[in-house]
Design a protein around this ligand. Structure first.
Ligand SMILES: *[C@@H]1O[C@H](CO)[C@@H](O)[C@H](O)[C@H]1NC(C)=O
Ligand SMILES: *[C@@H]1O[C@H](CO)[C@@H](O)[C@H](O)[C@H]1NC(C)=O
Ligand SMILES: *[C@@H]1O[C@H](CO)[C@@H](O)[C@H](O)[C@H]1NC(C)=O
Ligand SMILES: *[C@@H]1O[C@H](CO)[C@@H](O)[C@H](O)[C@H]1NC(C)=O
Length: 276
């Protein structure tokens, strides 16, 4: 077990942990004033630890307790929610159950020591933040995408009109929360549909080739979002694509002037050139 004097801990906190839990300055002043009296081993908490609980994580000590009857106390959300406890005589700190970092990324913890005869604080409180270390326990999930989508068979190749958004709630800007989205399966396989990256959460589907209503009316596209964790976690989404016929006006044309028929034939010919 590593035991570190508090002034080390203060420096460490100011550099690395300064962000997460709020009200930093006030807290640091407090630490500076009390720093030479509280001694504490570093507290390292990882989320979802598979260990035997209660699980020893740290031990605290205060050098003003000598010759006194005392009790340690720990307070904060970690305590009220039943995650941390302290043995009031030994100063040993225990985790009581697994913590979900996505719910509690950080605990603001306050330590006190009381004289049991007078019930007065023997020293100023010690307050600091404990970060809960992330593990890759969440796959990226699709949060916004159309389950069915209709595309016109005359649509020009490129953007299909479908936007897909996914999200991974593990720790931001780490491998555990960054991911890729790819089309892993498509039936039938032509025209080829691909996911084009827009930003770190969003892809646009595009396609290369042509849709032909006479041949295929329905497509199933299976997308996968996979993070870069070790091992990676993934999830899938399926989009049904319906092709809309653009030639349904043919009978109408037939009843009208011949020139319309020519226009229709011309349009069909252009489409033929483009798609075959
Ligand atoms: C607290 O620690 C002391 C000393 O190690 C031990 O005797 C006592 O049983 C512990 N109390 C609890 C409630 O675990
Ligand atoms: C990602 O998760 C793994 C466990 O799955 C963990 O060991 C690692 O420290 C995490 N990486 C980061 C950068 O948080
Ligand atoms: C994942 O996406 C990034 C860009 O967002 C890209 O640089 C990388 O090559 C992709 N990785 C794989 C395996 O497709
Ligand atoms: C579709 O997206 C892929 C992946 O970004 C890209 O390589 C390809 O050029 C795009 N195709 C079209 C027709 O836009």
């Amino acid at each position: 077990m590593r035991t570190v004097f508090l002034f080390l801990l203060v420096a460490f906190q100011a550099l690395a942990f300064g962000s997460a839990c709020e009200e930093g300055r006030q807290k640091r002043d407090l630490l500076v004033r009390t720093k030479r009296r509280w001694v504490l081993s570093t507290i390292e908490l990882e989320e979802e630890m598979i260990v035997k609980y209660p699980y020893f994580i740290s031990k605290m000590y205060n050098d003003k307790i000598q010759g006194k009857d005392f009790r340690f106390e720990i307070t904060g959300v970690a305590v009220t929610k039943g995650y941390l406890t302290i043995n009031e005589t030994s100063g040993e700190v225990f985790a009581l159950k697994p913590i979900d970092r996505e719910k509690y990324p950080c605990f603001h913890v306050i330590f006190d020591v009381y004289d049991t005869d007078t019930n007065q604080k023997i020293d100023k409180e010690l307050a600091f933040d404990v970060d809960v270390k992330d593990i890759n326990d969440n796959p990226p999930r699709f949060i916004d995408f159309p389950q069915t989508f209709t595309v016109s068979e005359s649509q020009a190749e490129g953007f299909l009109g479908v936007q897909v958004v996914a999200q991974d709630i593990d720790e931001k800007n780490t491998k555990n929360s960054t991911f890729n989205i790819t089309v892993i399966k498509q039936t039938p396989p032509e025209p080829k549909i691909q996911a084009k990256w827009i930003d770190e959460r969003t892809v646009h589907l595009n396609f290369t080739g042509c849709f032909d209503y006479e041949k295929v009316k329905d497509y199933k596209i299976t997308l996968e979002a996979k993070d870069h964790g070790t091992p990676p976690l993934s999830s899938t989404a399926v989009i049904s694509l319906n092709v809309r016929d653009t030639n349904t006006h043919m009978p109408e044309f037939k009843e009208k002037e011949v020139s319309f028929a020519f226009i229709y034939i011309f349009v069909g010919f252009v489409k033929f050139l483009r798609c075959h």
